[in-house]
Design a protein. Structure first.
Length: 63
């Protein structure tokens, strides 16, 4: 129905449509990623400093 308006609150895990509220559950990790706009690359880049520190400790032939 194109006239229906609803709001999705990912943090509260609720969908509100008019006077009704519907609860839903989503895995905490997936919710975190969605709320922070993270895909697998973005998630990895959050650890860029730790990755760089690890790589700096490796022998030159491994870099």
């Amino acid at each position: 129905n194109p006239g229906i308006h609803f709001d999705v609150d990912l943090e509260a895990q609720e969908v509100k449509a008019g006077e009704k509220t519907y609860r839903f559950t989503i895995d905490a990790f997936r919710r975190h990623c969605m709320m922070n706009g993270l895909d697998s690359i973005g998630l990895t880049l959050q650890h860029d400093d730790a990755i760089a520190a690890y790589e700096a400790k490796q022998p030159a032939f491994m870099n």
